[in-house]
Design a protein around this ligand. Structure first.
Ligand code: AMP
Ligand code: ZN
Ligand code: FE
Ligand code: FE
Length: 276
């Protein structure tokens, strides 16, 4: 039997539903032998995950999923084996969080000016531990009875052309790649089927370490295609379930989308090479 490894999961430290402890217990039930916690722009769940991983005999690889922007497209990058104490990485993540908070406040101010009184506290409740985004504002507006449904918020007010829209800060994928590599991590393109092929090729040529080949959103032919790319450009392969613990489907995917431990060994060999 293969040793299942899932290198893409979320916890309550971003938009997941489970604590790192609960996630590790579920991984144990599903006979997953290695896991990476890759919360969105957040690394606060990793220590707790490592603590329970040690107890259960599950290897926990420190990770993060960083949101980046290029040509107005969002690109998610996975940093694996990162040093969670790296100062620059921590500085960036704190900065990102603060900027998202101040942007939410600016949106809220605009909403107030057009007669939609919403409080930052209500939005924060929706965001829980995640960096605040427009979906949280939309949810809070619905809850406060200011609009009928979630989509109305985007259509009328906070969509890209709406009267209460505010730009967000963006980091380029190239800057995020450097941030991850400088924190001793390997950098992978997450779920590449969401990005245009020219951007994918650009990132490969810019020195990305690997590609997420296995992901629930990938069809069989895409898995084959991304694996061919990995082989062609001598890259590393990663994969996982992108588990958030939000739906039954999500739960089924956990333990179903994984890579073998061999792939992790290849990553470790590359890390040794990086250090020489
Ligand atoms: P933010 O990062 O705060 O700008 O929020 C981006 C997120 O808002 C996207 O990932 C979507 O989930 C959501 N979103 C953006 N535009 C729309 C839209 N027109 N309708 C529904 N959801 C949207
Ligand atoms: Zn997510
Ligand atoms: Fe993602
Ligand atoms: Fe994800």
């Amino acid at each position: 039997m293969v040793n299942k490894v899932d290198l893409h999961t979320h916890t309550i430290y971003s938009d997941g539903n489970l604590t790192p402890k609960e996630l590790l217990n579920l991984a144990n039930e599903k006979e997953i032998k290695g896991i990476s916690i890759t919360d969105h722009d957040n690394i606060l769940g990793i220590k707790e995950a490592q603590f329970y991983g040690d107890k259960l005999g599950i290897e926990v690889i420190p990770g993060v999923e960083i949101s980046t922007d290029i040509e107005d497209f969002e690109v998610h990058l996975l940093g694996l084996f990162i040093d969670i104490n790296n100062i620059e990485l921590n500085k960036y993540l704190n900065f990102f969080r603060e900027e998202r908070y101040y942007r939410a406040k600016r949106i809220i101010k605009k909403l107030r000016n057009i007669g939609l009184p919403i409080a930052i506290e209500d939005v924060e409740l929706k965001a829980k531990n995640s960096a605040i985004g427009r979906p949280h504002i939309a949810k809070a507006m619905v809850e406060q009875g200011l609009i009928q449904n979630y989509y109305e918020a985007f259509e009328k007010y906070i969509g890209d052309n709406g009267p209460a829209y505010e730009k967000k800060i963006h980091i380029s994928p190239i800057s995020a790649l450097k941030l991850i590599n400088d924190a001793n991590g390997l950098c992978f393109i997450a779920h590449p089927n969401y990005i245009k092929e020219n951007i994918l090729i650009f990132l490969i040529k810019s020195g990305i370490d690997g590609i997420e080949v296995v992901h629930p959103s990938h069809k069989k032919f895409q898995v084959r295609f991304y694996r061919e790319l990995v082989n062609h450009y001598c890259l590393l392969e990663t994969g996982g379930s992108d588990f958030h613990g939000q739906t039954k489907n999500d739960e089924d995917n956990f333990g179903k989308y994984y890579i073998s431990y061999q792939k992790v060994s290849a990553m470790k060999k590359m890390l040794i090479k990086h250090k020489i």
